[in-house]
Design a binder for this molecule. Structure first.
Ligand code: ADP
Ligand code: MG
Length: 695
């Protein structure tokens, strides 16, 4: 039996009554398989003995005798203290908070096996986090040596967890291998059953690493098989395609007031080559904020339209989708392109005729939010799907796109450079075009840091820019005061900046709780120059493009993530005007932990040090750690329990090679060789189910 086929509920185990099961559910554990896959968060190495006097070198691990009981505190706070003595005569106190029952189980005169961290406190050696077992056999059945430390939840203790897992191992642990034997041998991996045993009942610390390696490899291999299969199925979708006629694209290029950059041209050439090829395109276009990706997408759309098809462009926010629609109206409508805009906010009366027009092929390019791919939207001949700021969408949403139209070409755009290793996981079958150079004439943005309290100077600087006809953004972490923290909020600052600071200029307010049409009007007024400044939350973070904006002021900058700060800064520096970014940070004063965290400081410093998006992404990776990134949107909410595509980069590449070799060699044979591959062939993968559950 394969591990994932174990559907028996944990309640089948001895000791797992209804209340224990409820607590296990909080940890996401329902079945025997879930329990066996519960990764210990740490291990205690109990193979090294350590006396009480050696407490400074690590956890104490020795035999002791109970010499006395003692109580302190009153009433419900009354607490037991158990005095123990080791073989050298060192005495120490076990402070039993909330464990009065230890009076019985650790009686005076008994001998104990003791494990725990000790400290000098109130001039006595004591510990309140200790494990003590009567010497006649270990209490939870786990052998001495290395013990797993599990993630816990309220009411579920370590020793109960250990007992439950030991029970699960005994009952279900002898599972079949899923990685094909040939691969397992080549990579020197433990068998699955052995890996589970080593994970939960290791005899040495080294064994736990072997266990993790085998389980991580299996996940990565699984993932790579899925990706390889997706790529293979795309390649099997042969279609006759002629090179798209260039007429429309030439017309657009002639109308542009500037030259395309060399990288933009190269990206467009890549796209045209894909579109003329026998398989649907799956391309990722990466380029730093402001590098001109939108235009590349419009060229792609023109090629699709020129060959008689339709194109759809999806943006993560309504604001951004509106902006793209406006730009398209300006650039493409004069070429005769028929445009439409669609979001969840388009009222039924307008929506119905729009859908009909799309289905009849009377719309060439539709721009919108994810509403573009809701169930009732039909296309006559959808040839191209563009996803802007694709890192904002989950894997599932991206996959849903492929279902519309007959094998449309897809172009994903991102300003967040994807580390190579992640590209191999979530985006394994994409080809990549990169825009490295900025349009001609751009000046590097000048970034200033200012401490909270000095913002008046910043406001004065911005005043000079506004007076010269330039525009500015002010960004705050919160919408209004109802947010509990003692931070500046957008609404109050909008009042203050309009009334007290810049009475001579007009400003606007934008945050997520305002109605879409208000937001749109405000953005349009700002773009047209009727408003000089915008006060906002991070809703302006992605994509917004107003070339005359030269100042970005972010207050409480320490509150924002590095990627968000980089995106925010990217809202300026979009023309040949010199632009500025002011990061106002605070390091405390406020209650509620509004202190500048170490990480916050590092982020702000990193922003000062570089404007290069790739460097920022790498620093982000260092600050946040790879684990966090894999868990989030970058990997598209793939949940991996053991593998970390960044840390396990080598393993990932091995898995990729193995999966490709196996599927390439003989697709028929693969089906029989290994359980993973068989499972992939037979049913939906567990990844998509988990992703769906996460939403
Ligand atoms: P991003 O890559 O961040 O999506 P945009 O597509 O919003 O960037 O482009 C940023 C700005 O640069 C827009 O105002 C766009 O019109 C302008 N732009 C794009 N390509 C060029 C170019 N080759 N030369 C000058 N300006 C350009
Ligand atoms: Mg963009």
């Amino acid at each position: 039996m394969f591990l994932r086929e174990i559907e028996a509920p944990v309640s089948d185990l001895k000791g797992a009554g209804p209340s224990v099961c409820k607590r296990l559910a909080r940890l996401g554990v329902y079945t025997g398989a879930d329990l066996l896959l519960l990764a210990p968060r740490d291990y205690e190495d109990r193979s090294a003995p350590r006396l009480l006097s050696e407490f400074g070198q690590g956890p104490v691990n020795c035999r002791v005798a109970v010499v006395a009981h003692d109580w302190f505190g009153f009433g419900r706070m009354r607490t037991l203290k158990v005095w123990v003595e080791d073989e050298r005569g060192t005495k120490a106190a076990l402070v039993c908070f909330n464990r009065p029952f230890l009076e019985r189980s650790l009686p005076v005169g008994s001998s104990l096996k003791l494990y725990g961290r000790f400290d000098y406190r109130y001039s006595e050696l004591q510990s309140s986090a200790f494990d003590a077992e009567p010497l006649d056999g270990s209490a939870d059945g786990a052998p001495d040596g290395v013990r797993p430390v599990y993630p816990l939840t309220e009411g579920l203790g370590q020793s109960t967890m250990r007992k439950l897992v030991a029970g699960a191992l005994a009952r279900w642990g002898s599972v079949d291998d899923e990685v094909p034997p040939s691969v397992r041998e080549r990579r020197g991996l433990l068998r699955k059953a052995e890996a589970l045993r080593a994970l939960h009942a290791p005899s040495t610390p080294a064994e736990t690493l072997e266990a993790r390696r085998a389980l991580a490899y299996e996940e990565l291999f699984y993932l790579q098989v899925m990706i390889a299969r997706r790529a293979a199925s795309r390649r099997s979708d042969e279609r006759p395609r002629d090179p798209p006629p260039p007429g429309l694209a030439i017309a657009l290029e002639e109308r542009l007031p500037f030259e395309l950059t060399a990288d933009q041209k190269a990206a467009i050439a890549d796209i045209v080559a894909d579109m003329s090829g026998p398989y649907p395109m799956a391309r990722l276009l990466q380029g730093d904020v402001g590098s001109g990706k939108t235009l590349v997408a419009f060229f792609a759309a023109l090629y699709a339209i020129a060959s008689g098809g339709q194109a759809a462009m999806m943006a993560p926010t309504e604001l951004l989708a509106r902006q793209h629609a406006d730009t398209a109206a300006r650039l493409l409508e004069p070429l005769g392109v028929r445009l439409a805009f669609l979001s969840g906010n388009v009222a039924d009366a307008a929506r119905r005729p729009l859908l009909a027009a799309l289905a009849r092929g009377e719309v060439d390019l539709v721009v919108g939010t994810h509403a573009l791919f809701s169930g009732d939207v039909e296309y006559k001949d959808l040839r191209l799907v563009v996803v802007d700021e694709q890192q904002r969408f989950g894997v599932l949403q991206r996959l849903a796109l492929g279902a519309k139209g007959r094998k449309p070409d897809t172009l994903m755009m991102t300003a967040t450079p994807i580390p190579r290793t992640l590209a191999l996981t979530a985006f394994g079958d994409l080809s990549v075009s990169t825009i490295r150079t900025m349009p001609k004439g751009r000046k590097p943005i000048i970034t200033h840091l200012a401490k909270d309290g000095n913002e008046a100077k910043v406001y004065e600087f911005v005043r000079r820019e506004l007076a010269a006809g330039r525009r500015a953004y002010f960004v705050y972490p919160l919408v209004d005061r109802s947010d509990r923290l003692a931070l500046k909020d957008a609404e109050a600052m909008y009042e203050r900046l309009s009334r007290d600071v810049y009475p001579e200029f007009r400003g606007g307010l934008i945050h997520a709780r305002l109605p879409e049409d208000r937001k749109r009007q405000t953005m349009a007024d700002f773009a047209a120059g009727e408003l000089s400044f915008i006060v906002a939350t991070s809703v302006v973070e992605v994509g917004v493009d107003v070339p005359e904006a030269t100042c970005m002021v972010v207050e409480h900058a320490e509150r924002f993530g590095l990627a968000a700060l980089h995106q925010l800064r990217g809202r300026v520096g979009r023309s040949d005007l010199q632009s500025y970014c002011f990061l106002v940070w605070s390091d405390g004063g406020a209650e509620d932990g509004a202190r500048l965290s170490e990480d916050g400081k590092r982020r702000v410093m990193a922003m000062k040090a570089t404007t290069d998006g790739f460097e920022i992404a790498e620093e982000d990776l260092r600050i946040r750690g790879p684990g966090e990134i894999t868990g989030t949107t970058q990997a598209g909410s793939l949940r991996l329990a053991f593998a970390d595509p960044v840390r396990d980069a080598e393993l990932l590449e091995a898995a990729r090679d193995d999966a490709a070799a196996l599927l390439g060699a003989d697709p028929g044979l693969v089906g029989q060789e290994g359980g993973i591959v068989r499972a992939v062939l037979e049913r939906a993968s567990p990844f998509s189910e988990r992703t769906a559950a996460v939403g």
